[in-house]
Design a protein around this ligand. Structure first.
Ligand SMILES: *Cc1c(COP(=O)(O)O)cnc(C)c1O
Ligand SMILES: [Zn+2]
Length: 405
């Protein structure tokens, strides 16, 4: 049995699981379009009861899952590889640098974790239609999970979403609305649409189980790291839900007494899409004016989960950093050449961020790069930096001329 209630991260009010669906009914009233959400809900479990039943030798993670196993679709997500990146670590002067490669989820990004859990919730509630706004990956993930069940996915994306991500949504049979505007416009429209026409809205942070879904990345890092927390996890940040989810996973582990301390969470944003970084560094919120970046997955003017993300960073004693597009592209290539992992720009931003903050880590600390999306989703991003060789005649002489001269 799943035992939890929702708690508003702003006023602290508690709500029974099925008495609310999205935001705190009180704080949610202060929401304004084009601003971060108010009244985001967190799932609070009965840690004492779970602690009694949880056995670290045979960990039953379903005890920490907000939707009962029977409602989950047959669409396995997560359990992605976690491994030491020796060569890149040596280059950066870190002897324990690790990669959690969530680009290897079924639809190629960490978003599969959140989409899977929200679809499980839709199955529990008997909702046939799930609606989301997305920069691309959340929608691709939702489309894929819905294809594995008999649910309809309706998706609002900015018209400029990368082609490979659009193709993913379409090939899985989602209804796709390409909005002439930004991700923030798509976010607003998708909420208006569900308010009027129903269905379950999966918008990130707006639906509290998106945070719960993403927390499984942290639970896996703990388990794959020999049942201990690393010193730090580097997370690319757009809306701030992945970082809040990673925080929640480690927070749950802390409540169960399985770890003694939270890892420092390091938020990496793109220079032009820096609203959370600005909030962390100054204590003042303001939107990012023109969030145009090659890292499309972290391009947002008003991050929906800005306040909870700020809390995740401060309570974990972490920090934030911004990186330029040129650094992201360089990091994307460096990651590919030194680890064999091809990450999309947003995910590679973690490497650029780590380089900038290198002096804040001791050489032997365990640092994890959370690689959130696969490079093939946006392969065009590096295209201009690579030299594509001209074709050669099919003769050994021509090959020797190409390779040996
Ligand atoms: C969504 C996404 C992010 C950012 O996650 P937020 O929850 O919006 O902060 C980072 N990288 C990739 C690949 C993503 O798809
Ligand atoms: Zn509230």
């Amino acid at each position: 049995m799943t035992e939890f209630f929702y708690r508003c991260c702003e006023c602290g009010e508690k709500y029974e699981r099925d008495s609310v669906r999205y935001l705190c009914p009180e704080c949610g009233k202060h929401c304004q379009p084009g601003q971060p959400l108010h009244g985001v809900l967190e799932a609070v479990f009965d840690y004492e009861a779970i602690q009694k039943r949880f056995d670290i030798k045979y960990p039953d993670w379903s005890l920490l899952c907000a939707v009962e196993s029977e409602f989950h679709p047959n669409f396995p997500v997560g359990n992605t590889p976690f491994f030491k990146a020796d060569k890149l670590g040596a280059e950066l002067g870190l002897s324990h640098l690790f990669i959690k490669n969530d680009g290897l989820n079924p639809s190629g990004s960490l978003k599969d974790r959140a989409s899977e859990l929200v679809v499980a919730e839709a199955i529990r509630l008997g909702e046939k239609r799930i609606v989301t706004a997305s920069t691309g990956n959340a929608a691709a993930a939702l489309a894929a999970v819905c294809a594995a069940t008999d649910r309809e996915a309706i998706i609002f994306v900015p018209a400029a979403a990368p082609k490979a991500k659009l193709i993913q949504m379409l090939v899985h049979g989602a209804r796709v609305v390409r909005v002439k505007g930004s991700y923030d416009d798509a976010f607003k429209l998708s909420i208006e649409f569900t308010e009027r026409h129903g269905g379950l809205n999966r918008n990130t942070a707006y639906h509290p189980l998106t945070i719960e879904g993403k927390k499984t990345a942290a639970l896996e890092i703990f388990e794959q790291n020999g049942c201990k927390a690393p010193a730090a996890v580097v997370v690319p940040v757009g809306d701030g839900v992945i970082i809040a989810g990673v925080f929640k996973g480690f927070y749950d582990l802390l409540q169960l007494g399985l770890i003694e301390k939270l890892p420092r969470l390091i938020a990496v944003q793109a220079e032009s899409s820096d609203a959370i970084h600005h909030l962390v560094r100054t204590g003042q919120y303001r939107n990012a004016k023109k969030p145009q970046t090659i890292a499309d997955s972290i391009s947002v003017s008003a991050p929906s989960n800005a306040y909870l993300a700020q809390r995740a960073i401060s309570e974990s004693k972490g920090t934030s950093v911004i990186v330029a597009d040129a650094d992201i592209l360089e990091a994307q290539q460096q990651l590919a050449m030194m680890t064999g992992v091809f990450a999309e720009p947003a995910a590679a931003a973690t490497v650029a961020g780590l380089k900038k903050l290198r002096s804040e880590f001791m050489k032997n600390e365990e640092v994890v790069l959370l690689i959130t999306g696969h490079g093939l989703k946006h392969a065009d991003s590096v295209r201009d930096l690579l030299h594509v060789p001209d074709p050669v005649e099919p003769s050994l002489a021509a090959v020797e001329k190409e390779l040996l001269q």
